[in-house]
Design a protein around this ligand. Sequence first.
Ligand code: NIG
Ligand code: FE
Length: 396
Amino acid sequence: VLTHATIAHITAEPVSCDLQAKGAIAIDMGKIAWCGGMIELPDAYRNWPTENLEDRLVTPALIDCHSHIVFGGNRASEFEMRLEGASYQEISRAGGGIVSTVKATRAASEEALLADALTRVDALIREGVATLEIKSGYGLDVETELKMLRVARRIGQVRNIHVRTSFLGAHTVPPEYSGRGDDYLDQVCIPALRLAAEAGLADAVDGFCEDIAFSPAQIALVFDVARQIGLPVKLHAEQLSNLGGAKLAAQYGALSADHLEYLDEDGVQVMAEENMIAVLLPGAFYTLRETQLPPIDLFRKYRVPMAVATDCNPGSSPLASLLIAMNMACTLFRLTPDEALAGVTVNAARALGIAGRGNIAPGMQADLAIWNAAHPSELSYRIGFNCLHRRIWSGT
Ligand code: NIG
Ligand code: FE
């Protein structure tokens, strides 16, 4: 039984965060058995072992619902090129970008990919993250796509973290299929997706809908297969331009559309009708020095729940801090600190289609973050300052 806790109860739509002072949380068999005010603690729990939290803030453990955390190499040289004026799209069209990470990822052993990814995963864990989504998409051949997903699964075995995987074979067209995107989808991406699903390596299917990647019609070919095999979909949409990706995703009942800087009001309405989550990725907005803001006020107006994630990847968002993503969501996108917290807890769980995590209530998984803080706004306010006291994962 955790006692003397300041418990953050987060409600979505509209977002609010109610603080309960002098709270208690009883944990049994990895689940929250009871929570409420200390004085109301049922007798049954009174002689259980206790931990006095000395009024620290307790939130659900954090959920990073969009990452490409498994990859080979790095793209520091492209960072320098962009500082000299080259754009992300120019670098991509010149054969750099995602394709340069594909080369490094194909060349790396499974062990090397795992060891490298763990350095970043450990940084997230130190900040109270207990659930992490990981995408493939730097293989773009059957073997390497499966290798990435196996590494993602292994992360969940060697660390105390829940991993959800997304198959992202439709990330970009690899050089050997240059100019033949449809052939790539038909001969590589879709067969790889079927194999990944058969092997239980994919929990969802993602794509990158952009003129440097795939058109909505091409994404639809992949989503048709996802539907056939019963996997939920999500989409990188409207990041650099508006191709109608979010609308396409809505037609497939997508869990989320992600990025969304160029989404219009029509697209927001369609997302609302389909109960989709808007996943905001301020690390990519910051890194690419984007100036077009995602339509935050429209998300609020139409009650589209907003999640916030790192998008941790070597190109557009070399960010392994969900707390900094929260800070950026507030400072760059003007989310309230309560919205940022909902974005990495309850709404992030919805973006992954998982129940039982992302809030503090009886029956929920006992994944908690205990902070050396009194108020949730402190989590978003500081930059590069980790105030985690202790993380509880599955009750311990
Ligand atoms: O989420 N937008 C596409 N995919 C990644 C970037 C991948 C990369 O540049 O390596 C993203 O921004
Ligand atoms: Fe991404």
